[in-house]
Write a protein that binds this ligand. Structure first.
Ligand code: HEM
Length: 312
């Protein structure tokens, strides 16, 4: 799986997801049956020839993300300290929102860079996502300038928006104290081709989604309930719509506090978070084990983010 790549949920004018939920139920989603299926969302690089320099490109990108261009473009760190002025939550959410409008059955959408055409459309009108996308533009330009000037990189090789959008999510998680670079950034494949038009972002789930609709949404797109729980742990980072209410006690720190908040039914979380507890034995077991052990959560989050992420 990948955070990053599913279809379904329809955010309607009220911020709900009722329409999509109804469609999934009509399609006969059976949570228990689907939960038994193996999870496979294979990643197919758009440009296999680029493969030899992928890791090198990712290191160039990593350096750019860390420091930006001091004085001109901010980085995840400033003077060696985590730069909480960059929208850390927005950057992680952006990874999800580029990949989220994925339709497994149709093989369309996904992590394809289309987010840059979707910033005027709810739910991507969120200020943090827009700021995050602006930063990604600037980092991408810096990365591509560095690649163009580097004799080790074949002429014409560039990084796509789609790759930048996925890599930055992983880089933010590492910077905020989550899984290590070796766990989550290094295994991320690149080579995604950029879409030239928007995906249908009306498919993104809203915070008010019910358990049945949420579980069906992820399961029908090839994710396990354990992956749904792990990926939801992204709400460890960041702020709610008002941009001041943190979702967990430490919104700039990626740890496993989120899962204790889920068990306690913390009101700063969304319905989509709270329903991960008390609805299914498998999701309950995942929430409990992630709450008990940060390392178990980090491995599960990294694994769910790293395999897959296939685009268009
Ligand atoms: C499971 C279904 C999910 C739902 C229903 C959901 C919904 C939401 C909503 C409604 C917000 C607040 C937006 C706002 O107030 O403007 C939010 C914030 C956020 N989401 Fe999710 N989300 C989900 C999964 C994910 C995943 C898989 C990731 C990344 C891996 C993610 C990352 C984030 C982050 C980091 C924020 C904070 C953004 C900030 O600080 O600006 N979410 N999410």
């Amino acid at each position: 799986g990948c955070p990053f790549g599913f279809s379904g949920g329809l955010e309607d004018a009220e911020g709900g997801v009722q329409g999509a939920g109804r469609r999934l139920q009509q399609a006969g989603c059976n949570i228990n049956t689907l939960a038994q299926q193996a999870v496979t969302n294979p990643f197919v690089p758009a440009n296999p020839a680029q493969g030899q320099v992928d890791n090198y490109i990712k290191e160039v990108a990593w350096k750019v993300f860390q420091t930006g261009y001091p004085g001109f473009v901010p980085g995840l760190y400033k003077n060696g300290v985590l730069n909480t002025k960059v929208p850390l939550g927005g950057l992680l959410r952006l990874s999800f929102h580029d990949a989220g409008p994925f339709n497994k059955a149709a093989g369309k959408g996904g992590a394809n860079g289309s987010l840059r055409f979707e910033l005027g459309v709810r739910p991507n009108t969120n200020k943090n996502i827009i700021d995050a996308a602006g930063l990604c533009d600037r980092w991408r330009t810096m990365i591509n300038n560095a690649l163009a000037a580097d004799p080790k990189v074949p002429k014409g090789v560039q990084i796509s928006y789609a790759d930048v959008y996925q890599l930055i999510g992983a880089a933010v998680v590492v910077a905020a104290g989550g899984p290590t670079k070796a766990q989550i950034y290094d295994p991320l494949p690149i080579g995604r081709r950029d879409a030239t038009v928007a995906d249908n972002v009306a498919q993104m789930p809203g915070g008010g989604i019910s358990w049945d609709n949420l579980a069906c949404l992820f399961l029908t797109n090839g994710y396990s309930l354990e992956e749904l729980v792990a990926l939801s742990g992204a709400h460890e980072l960041g702020f709610r719509q008002d941009r001041t209410t943190p979702m967990t006690a430490n919104p700039n720190s990626f740890t496993n506090e989120y899962f204790t908040a889920v068990i306690n039914g913390n009101r700063n979380l969304f319905n989509s978070d709270r329903v991960l507890w008390g609805n299914h034995a498998r999701s309950d077991a995942a929430v409990q084990s992630f709450a008990n052990n940060k390392g178990v959560f980090f491995s599960a989050f990294a694994k769910a983010s790293c395999s897959g992420c296939g685009a268009s």
